[in-house]
Design a protein around this ligand. Structure first.
Ligand code: TRP
Length: 348
């Protein structure tokens, strides 16, 4: 879907000293192993060396769930638990709640004056999301404008490096356009441009091989997946439909079992040997699936246990979120003040 066109317009870069990491997730469902591979994994590493803020994007979650707000409200603490169970440490990373930082909504309103409706409609991410959702002619204004709100998220925390999946690149490009416009109005650099940090495995396909893993589809494995869920999903996983007999040569490309083994198995040499064997013939899908299942069980077991413990203490999750949200107000308010200043709105 998103091709080179986006890659060339948005700088994709390795972290450099002084980078401020900012990222977020829509709170519309618990996170899955695709989020882990695409972004969470990197955040756990980045928090040791960089200042990092993570937003639970509940307002953005509402942009296509305005009439089903419980889908968002019921998932806020789920997402916080997902962060913590994979190793995001609230002592190193600020975890905050988008709807409780008023400066974000205010910035969105200021930026909105500099973005045309046509530009929003052209945004490839928004375009493809609109095509996949059944809005018909009633596209919520909030949905069409969520890239502006995301620009507010990023700039309010002076985010310079944004760990995201490839699908988010057009949103970062649109953020940088807004940054340049605001800086031009201000006559000085009051906002900083951001770069994307893409994972080596930017997108894990769904177990069915057709779609990206989705919070709303049954082709994904949540971080909270039970032993049975893992069994079931691996068993039904898409492989090579032409690989009917064990001795037939099999195909690796598009074979989800191998894609997942690449993403999760620690011994890449061993996986290369398996691949060769599979391509030559003589290796059955039952066998490769068994290896994958074991690997995913080992990977998810400790995560699931930690997550269960965390979910048993909601008060603690809430206080972590509240503390992070309070800590982040100041920075966002300072950015807001600079932006209002740029528009000459600084009487008091
Ligand atoms: N759009 C992101 C998603 O779909 C969520 C998000 C909201 C975000 N604000 C952000 C991502 C700021 C990066 C930076 O999950």
């Amino acid at each position: 879907m998103h091709t080179l066109e986006n890659k060339t317009t948005c700088t994709i870069a390795a972290p450099i000293s002084g980078d401020k990491i900012l990222t977020g997730d829509r709170a519309t469902g618990p996170l899955h192993i695709g989020h882990y591979v695409g972004s969470l994994q990197q955040r756990v590493i980045l928090q040791d060396k960089y200042q990092q803020t993570i937003l639970v994007a509940d307002m953005q979650g509402l942009t296509d769930n305005g009439y089903h707000p419980e889908k968002v409200s019921s998932n806020i603490l789920n997402v916080v638990a997902d962060y913590l169970c994979v190793g995001i440490d609230p002592a190193k990373t600020t975890i905050c709640l988008q709807s409780s930082i008023p400066a974000l909504a205010e910035l969105t309103m200021y930026y909105a004056n500099l973005v045309s409706v046509a530009r929003l409609q052209r945004n490839p991410t928004v375009k493809s999301e609109i095509a996949n959702k059944s809005f018909g002619k009633s596209i919520p204004a909030g949905f069409l404008t969520y890239p502006i709100s995301q620009a507010a998220d990023i700039t309010a925390f002076n985010g310079t490096l944004i760990p995201v999946g490839e699908d988010q690149l057009p949103l970062l490009e649109q953020t940088n356009e807004i940054v340049r416009k605001i800086n031009a109005i201000a006559g000085e650099e009051i906002l900083v441009e951001c770069r994307a940090l893409l994972s080596k495995v930017p997108r894990l396909p769904g177990a069915d091989g057709k779609n990206k893993m989705s919070k709303s589809m049954s082709n994904s494995l949540l971080l909270s997946a039970s032993e049975q869920d893992i069994k079931r999903v691996v068993k039904s996983m898409y492989t090579d439909p032409k690989h009917l007999n064990i001795n037939d040569p099999g195909q690796i490309e598009g074979n989800v079992v191998f894609t997942y083994l690449d993403a999760f198995h620690s011994d890449s040499k061993y996986i290369e040997t398996l691949k060769r064997q599979y391509q030559e013939g003589g290796l059955g899908d039952g066998h490769t699936k068994k290896i994958l299942e074991e690997c995913l069980q080992d990977f998810l077991r400790p995560i699931r246990l930690r997550r269960e413990m965390l979910m048993n203490d909601k008060a603690q999750l809430l206080s972590i979120l509240k503390e992070g949200t309070e800590r982040s107000q100041d920075e966002a308010n300072q950015v807001l003040r600079r932006v209002k200043n740029a528009f000459g709105l600084n009487l008091f």
